[in-house]
Design a protein around this ligand. Structure first.
Ligand SMILES: [Zn+2]
Length: 449
């Protein structure tokens, strides 16, 4: 497609988007959007229209939350531990702030999306189609959940429902890229300590069955870079295979594929709610070479590993070192990312927070399925810091479209989620003081052997 054609389409899209925005939120005299009469669906559409792709300027999103906090008449704080990465916190005070609080976490950032990728509607339009699906990046991951938390809390407040414990909504800037500027430093901050958190709720995922998956443990991420150094020479020469960078690289790949095949067999028989029983391994980048007729001196591999939840870290590290050592000389490796194993939140009747979530779901006739997902969320950092966390996004009977083209969510599913959170928040925030342990690690269990 020509550049001019592209530009025309872009202009058309921008104009269409502007018209849609105007129709969704009336602008006040100062030119700021006014959400005072917006329905929850309109709020979600407006939030999707703010393009919060990771590393974008999040000022508009912060402004959006400032306006919503003002409408709900609750305090809002914005912290920038790393410049350009705001962390937003809204506080809904309970009657006894000395009790452990409820932290409802979500992330503002979304993964990239573009109409050209094959979307039926602009991914930042929030378009609702004739089947009552709202389209857009963030409809599943996870702007829907942020608006559900907010609407549920607002309803409780407007109905003068008394909550014992403080409830915080926290909104992170960089979950999609590892939380180095968001959750990780936030957990070390005095602001977090002052929240006195008892339980954190975080994101889950859509689920193709009529149940809501509740994540109680995350698989941790290890990413390694392997550099295979070999002889560099004219493309017409013929050095021994194991002296070349590509030959060494082949050995490394073969050994990792052997390991992968073994784990793949375990994954094939794993139940849909337990990805913790296997380690996933994917070689995701192969880089190197200078010219078509030069034998390269360096080939690099990037490998993404998600550890099974019972895997011993020391043994896994030793296994990687052994693979490298056995693949040849002059092969080096380094960790790009090496998360420590994260404990599991206990999901049985001994955990009052789990009981509260269950009671809410029961009352609405919604089934919950305790799940260890294949991927990971910010909740792993929270559990590592010693706080129980449960991840759920109320999207039962919903196609898995997180990070996908045409990410969308049924409007009814979205609205049902608000009802569920209203009950979950109520039951969590009214757990009697004496029912919760002082130390959150009581609700955590280490599973790595
Ligand atoms: Zn997410």
């Amino acid at each position: 497609m020509s550049r001019i054609m592209m530009n025309k389409i872009q202009v058309f899209t921008v104009v269409a988007l502007l018209q849609l925005q105007v129709s969704l939120a009336v602008c006040n005299k100062a030119g700021r959007a006014d959400y005072s009469n917006s329905s929850p669906v309109e709020l979600l559409q407006a939030y999707i229209q703010i393009n919060t792709t990771t590393y974008n300027d999040l000022s508009d999103a912060v402004e959006f939350w400032r306006q919503l906090a003002a409408l709900a008449d609750v305090p809002i704080n914005v912290y920038e531990i790393v410049e350009g990465f705001p962390i937003v916190v809204l506080k809904w005070a309970g009657t006894d702030s000395s009790q452990h609080s409820i932290m409802l976490n979500s992330h503002m950032d979304v993964v990239p999306a573009a109409l050209e990728d094959g979307w039926t509607y602009d991914p930042f339009s929030g378009h609702i189609d004739e089947n009552n699906f709202i389209y857009g990046r963030g409809t599943q991951d996870m702007k829907s959940v942020s608006i559900q938390y907010y609407t549920a809390l607002r309803r409780l407040k407007e109905n003068n429902v008394t909550l014992l414990r403080d409830v915080y909504m926290t909104l992170m800037p960089d979950e999609e890229v590892g939380a180095e500027a968001g959750m990780i430093p936030f957990l070390q901050s005095k602001e977090f300590a002052e929240m006195n958190v008892g339980i954190e709720l975080d994101e889950g995922s859509s689920f193709p069955l009529p149940v809501i998956a509740v994540f109680y443990q995350d698989k941790v991420v290890w990413q390694i870079k392997v550099d295979c150094h070999g002889v560099s020479a004219h493309g017409s020469t013929f050095p021994a295979t194991n002296d070349t960078a590509t030959g060494k690289c082949r050995n490394v790949m073969n050994k990792f594929f052997e390991f992968r095949d073994e784990q793949y067999e375990l994954a094939k028989v794993a139940p849909p709610n337990d990805a913790g029983g296997y380690t996933s391994i994917n070689i995701n980048k192969i880089n190197g070479g200078t010219a078509n007729n030069v034998i390269p001196s360096l080939i690099s591999l990037t490998i993404d590993i998600r550890l099974g939840t019972t895997v011993n870290e020391v043994q896994m590290d030793a296994k990687i070192r052994q693979i490298i050592a056995e693949s040849g000389s002059n092969i080096t490796f380094s960790y790009i990312l090496k998360n420590p194993q994260s404990p599991a939140t206990i999901v049985n009747a001994s955990n009052p927070y789990w009981n509260a979530v269950n009671k809410a779901a029961d009352e609405l006739g919604v089934g919950l399925l305790a799940t260890i997902p294949p991927g990971s969320t910010d909740a792993r950092h929270v559990r590592n810091a010693g706080y129980p966390a449960l991840g759920l996004s109320p999207m039962p009977n919903t196609e898995l479209l997180l990070h996908s083209v045409n990410e969308r969510l049924g409007v009814t599913t979205f609205l049902n989620g608000i009802d569920l959170y209203e009950k979950i928040i109520y039951y969590l925030a009214t757990i009697p003081a004496e029912d919760t342990a002082e130390d959150g690690t009581e609700y955590l269990k280490v599973t790595a052997r």
